[in-house]
Ligand binder design. Structure first.
Ligand code: GRF
Length: 215
């Protein structure tokens, strides 16, 4: 069975490219139903067009901290999604907006978790938010990594699907840390989505938190 994903992007699009390549070479059994960008000039959008993927743009004024604007944008995204065959899972690939409950609850599975996946450039819960490779480098940690997780209402807080650590020894700049991290992101995301989309996982409550374990 083909699983359909929708991809939300804002920028460079290296994770989108990695997913397209993983689908092409059979590591990820999925099809991309639509790529939605919140920026008309995002290189990720251009990449999607070049690869003949359906695309949509949801340009909104800066959200700032205004929940009403977030909700309005997410309603627009749901509307854009409805123009395409329905997607099983939303994949955030460098999407820089904070999601509102409109989208999060719109993709909530009856079993309680959301079918929205994000990739974050640190070992969460360390270094949430933006600029995490730089933050890890500046802090002087010896080990950092990459996290693939489900999206919840609190930013960067949802159930963790997968993590991969790497050593910062010998990495002399934040850019070198980022390059190492991105290399991991590009394989970890497809690998994780493959088992998540196949439903090959169990749910477990630990101290009031939903945890997801691959089988
Ligand atoms: C990646 O580092 C990802 O972990 C983070 O944003 C960056 C997006 O990069 N969420 P790209 O647009 O996929 O190249």
């Amino acid at each position: 069975m083909i699983r359909r994903i929708g991809v939300l992007v804002s920028g460079r699009g290296s994770n989108l490219k990695a997913l397209v390549e993983a689908i092409a070479d059979g590591r990820l059994n999925a099809e991309i139903g639509v790529v939605i960008s919140d920026r008309a000039d995002a290189p990720a959008l251009e990449y999607a067009r070049q690869h003949k993927l359906p695309t949509e743009v949801s340009e909104f004024p800066t959200q700032g901290l205004m929940p009403a604007r977030r909700r309005a944008q997410d309603h627009q995204i749901l509307k854009l999604l409805s123009k395409h065959p329905s997607v099983d899972v939303l994949v955030l690939a460098g999407y820089r907006r904070i999601l509102s409950p409109v989208l999060i609850d719109g993709f909530r599975d009856p079993r309680g978790y959301t079918r929205i996946v994000n990739i974050h450039p640190s070992l969460l819960p360390a270094f949430p938010g933006l600029g995490s490779y730089q933050a890890a480098f500046d802090y002087g940690v010896r080990v950092s990594g990459v996290t693939v997780h489900l999206v919840e209402n609190d930013v960067d807080s949802g159930p963790i699907l997968a993590q991969q650590a790497f050593s910062l020894e010998g990495l002399e700049t934040a850019l070198a840390v980022e390059a190492k991290g991105l290399e991991i992101e590009h394989s970890l995301y497809a690998e994780t989505l493959e088992w998540f989309l196949a439903g090959e996982f169990d749910l477990e409550q630990r101290a009031g938190r939903l945890c997801v374990r691959p089988r």
